[in-house]
Design a protein around this ligand. Structure first.
Ligand code: ADP
Ligand code: MG
Length: 367
């Protein structure tokens, strides 16, 4: 697993046949985590990277005991996009009630927890700061280990929250509002970058095209809905293949839509354009992901991020892939805290905890 903020840390582990005892010493603070045989570990996950305030309690990185999400979408939709200052103020109002409710629904007391996992980035600095400081306060007050989590790695770990755990090596496609990343994952924390977007992320392209078509915010679900009544074969939009590379590019597609819209007025025509645009994006994402999986001999394909909740993408990926495809339920594709708690569990198992100097990292990368 990639180590985070471990420069000033030392880790000691002792184990006996019946009891594994890990003693983590971080900046003169000593935590003792008992990992008794058969005892499940519960983590509280906190996510405030963008416009969702989320808290969740997850057991052993796999079983969701509670998963609370307070979306700010109604507040931001009147501005046609996320207003960072408004987002962080809203997190301040919502975070503590959401965390309390997540603990209540999980029937967990603070003493039942083994660690607190919180998103440190990428995301909006002000929003991230709310979650990170609340997580620090709880961890300090309760004497619990603190785990700073990369939001993108969290999206990957949403795949561990349902059904069978994924098999390595696998190809992972993360498609969200800010990222389109294709990765080879050979084990926990072992990420090899293959491709990423050269301009707009897939979700960003959905949001921008929805704005061009006057379909509202967020654009992904609005385009998917509008496309249901459209004919995707009326307009043949370009496919940005970038041959010989696993990278993506969606801004040319957005410009092509802009040109088409210039002489349109009918609502039905908007639906046709939405359907053509969606099909072009999905075709490119699926073709490049499946080609990488074949080339690299992957055993599975996994998806994550808000765009992975798109039904045509889910269907086409499953139809065209010769190997099993895992995609989290839509509610676990968009931002949530269960994925952060799951990811935190695997870091905790690897002894990778953060120090009190943990800070937000708005531009954090995965690799
Ligand atoms: P973030 O980008 O903050 O990590 P998410 O991972 O929740 O947030 O992704 C949000 C993005 O996913 C937005 O750009 C949104 O338009 C897109 N999205 C959400 N649902 C769909 C959908 N059904 N089809 C296509 N895109 C979608
Ligand atoms: Mg996200």
């Amino acid at each position: 697993m990639p180590r985070m903020h471990n420069d000033s840390s030392r880790l000691f582990k002792t184990a006996t046949p019946s009891t594994k005892k890990a003693i983590y010493i971080k900046q003169n603070i000593c935590y003792i985590a008992h990992e008794r045989k058969g005892r499940k570990m519960k983590l509280l996950g906190i996510e405030t990277s963008c416009d969702e305030t989320a808290a969740s309690v997850v057991q052993d990185g796999r079983d969701i005991l509670s998963n609370l999400i307070a979306s700010q979408v109604d507040i931001h939709s009147r501005y046609g996009g996320i207003v960072p200052e408004v987002a962080s103020r809203q997190h301040l109002l919502t975070a503590i009630p959401i965390i309390q409710e997540a603990m209540t629904q999980a029937q967990a007391h603070w003493s039942d927890l083994d660690a607190i996992a919180v998103t440190i980035g990428p995301g909006l600095a002000g929003s991230l700061l709310v979650g990170v400081n609340i997580a620090k306060a709880i961890a300090l007050a309760q004497g619990l280990p603190l785990l700073g989590i990369n939001h993108l790695e969290g999206h990957i770990y949403a795949n561990w929250l349902e059904g069978r755990a994924p098999d390595f090596p696998l190809i992972c496609l993360i498609v969200s509002g800010g990222h389109s990343d294709l990765l080879l994952m050979k084990g926990h924390g072992d990420y090899q970058p293959l491709g990423r977007t050269r301009d707009d992320a897939a979700g960003e392209a959905f949001d921008k095209v929805a704005r061009i078509l006057g379909l509202g915010f967020p654009g992904g679900p609005a385009i998917e809905q509008a496309a249901l009544g459209g004919n995707s074969s009326l307009h043949r939009l370009p496919r940005p293949w970038l041959k010989g590379s696993d990278d993506f590019s969606f801004s040319g597609l957005k410009t092509a839509v802009l040109r088409l819209v210039a002489d349109l007025s009918e609502k039905s025509e908007k639906a046709d354009i939405a359907a053509s645009f969606q099909e072009a994006v999905v075709d490119v994402l699926v073709t490049k992901t499946v080609a990488a999986a074949r080339r690299l001999g992957a055993r599975q394909i996994i998806l994550g991020g808000g765009v992975a909740s798109n039904r045509p993408l889910r269907q086409m990926m499953a139809e065209r892939s010769p190997i099993p495809v895992l995609i989290p339920s839509p509610i676990l594709c968009t931002d949530n805290a269960a994925m952060i708690a799951s990811c935190g569990y695997f870091h905790l198992k690897a002894g990778e905890i953060s120090g009190w100097d943990l800070d937000v990292a708005p531009n954090l990368k995965l690799t």
